[in-house]
Design a protein around this ligand. Structure first.
Ligand SMILES: Nc1nc2c(ncn2[C@@H]2O[C@H](COP(=O)(O)OP(=O)(O)O)[C@@H](O)[C@H]2O)c(=O)[nH]1
Ligand SMILES: [Mg+2]
Length: 390
């Protein structure tokens, strides 16, 4: 037949082939997309699936997220990064006040009920005193506080709950006011800070936290591992020293704690360190043993060029009144200059602060509010009392 017919047939055949080809391709694509959502349940070889999944997801994403125009996962990442800095802003470290949740609990339970009372009677005064004792303010101190506040209430004709609480709060502020809570470092001297207290109260941890703080304040601390009872105790202090960048001296296990501290003072002078943080052991068999040991440690620490400027008694706030009994033994053994009250973050016995300050006549200088390096703060009496009444 003529040439035109042949050309026509050829064109028709080409068109037919193209259309069916395109149809097949689109069907295959469709199948890929259908498979996409379910890859994990099918396979028996986890390794292969995991590796293949990202490729299939990449194919699927443009289809699923067509409108927002998120072509690749990296775009999504960029958007997340853009968003992140904003929610970071509220992550502010809770204040001393806010971190005293548990210490507040013991008081507020009872005080809350008192606020609304129009007249505080004998029963309520008694209950108020009991609430103080329960919060470990100590029997003697609680009785004295209530007696004083009661007298004042009578004089000022304060009768209702709110007024009485105001008086109690003011009285507690006065009780803690005007104490010297500074940490003493004499310039140009090799200062020695001794840390005493029973095992487990937090002596080593407190020294570790102080290392960072002193360095930040421009001092050069040296930690001396005077707890020679176990090698692990010196290891623990060594780790804190390394972490904070403090100098460190240890002795042999079972050696004489005094000689380690003596070596610490000598090393501090040689290395130009201005504060020796001297750890001690808290496990001594009896009182006379403890007295001998501590007075020896103190005497040796004060040998030239050593200059003992602080002796911290470390007390665990969770032990409340038991801690007070330990404290009495230690204060008889060595002249204590201040208290470090640890674990106040986990204690409902915060009232022990009043017992320490009034019965032992010692200032609480530092407070432990956790196990981390930044969880040691100066004791803030005003904030502390306010927190108890919140
Ligand atoms: N929650 C809390 N734990 C603390 C605090 N201070 C110390 N600890 C923990 O108490 C335990 C005993 O501390 P350590 O320093 O070894 O006591 P040491 O025997 O007196 O030296 C450790 O697990 C510390 O992490 C604190 O202020 N709060
Ligand atoms: Mg220790």
């Amino acid at each position: 037949m003529p040439l035109e017919t042949i050309i026509l047939i050829a064109v028709a055949a080409f068109v037919l082939l193209s259309v069916s080809g395109a149809f097949l391709v689109s069907r295959r694509r469709g199948r890929d997309l259908e498979l996409d959502p379910n890859p994990p349940p099918i396979t028996g070889r986890a390794g292969t699936t995991t590796l293949e999944r990202p490729t299939q997801d990449l194919d699927a994403q443009p289809t699923d997220l067509d409108t927002p125009g998120l072509d690749t996962p990296s775009d999504a990442d960029v958007i997340e990064l853009d968003v992140q800095p904003e929610p970071e802003a509220p992550v502010v470290k809770p204040s001393f006040f806010e971190r005293l949740v548990k210490a507040r609990g013991a008081f507020t339970g009872y005080l809350g009920g008192l606020v609304g009372l129009s007249k505080v009677g004998d029963d309520e005064w008694e209950e108020l005193e009991e609430a103080l004792i329960r919060a470990d303010v100590g029997v003697k101190t609680s009785m004295k506080l209530i007696e004083d506040v009661r007298t004042e209430a009578k004089e000022t004709k304060a009768e209702d709950g709110a007024a009485v609480l105001q008086l109690l709060k003011a009285r507690m502020h006065t009780e803690l006011a005007g104490k010297d809570r500074s940490l003493r470092i004499d310039e140009g001297e090799t200062n020695v800070w001794l840390f005493v207290g029973v095992n487990g109260v937090g002596k080593t941890t407190t020294i570790g936290k102080l290392g960072k703080r002193l360095l930040a304040e421009g001092h050069r601390p040296l930690m001396a591992a005077g707890d020679t009872f176990r090698a692990a105790a010196a290891d623990q202090l060594g780790m804190w020293a390394e972490r904070s960048g403090s100098e460190f001296i240890r002795g042999a296990e079972g050696g004489d704690p005094s000689s380690v501290i003596f070596d610490g003072v000598a090393a501090a002078a040689a290395r130009d360190c201005d504060v020796v943080l001297a750890d001690t052991a808290g496990r001594l068999h009896n009182k006379s043993n403890l007295m001998d040991e501590l007075s020896k440690v103190r005497r040796v620490a004060a040998k030239e060029p050593g200059h003992v400027t602080e002796v911290f008694l470390v007390l665990d706030a969770t032990t409340g009144q038991n801690g007070m009994n330990q404290a009495k033994v230690f204060t008889e053994a060595v002249e204590v200059t201040g208290v470090v009250l640890t674990k106040l973050d986990g204690s409902a016995k915060g009232g022990v602060v009043f017992a320490i300050e009034s019965e032992l006549e010692l200032p609480v200088k530092l407070v432990g509010l956790g196990e981390g390096v930044d969880d040691l703060v100066d004791f803030e009496p005003t904030e502390f009392v306010d927190a108890l009444f919140e």
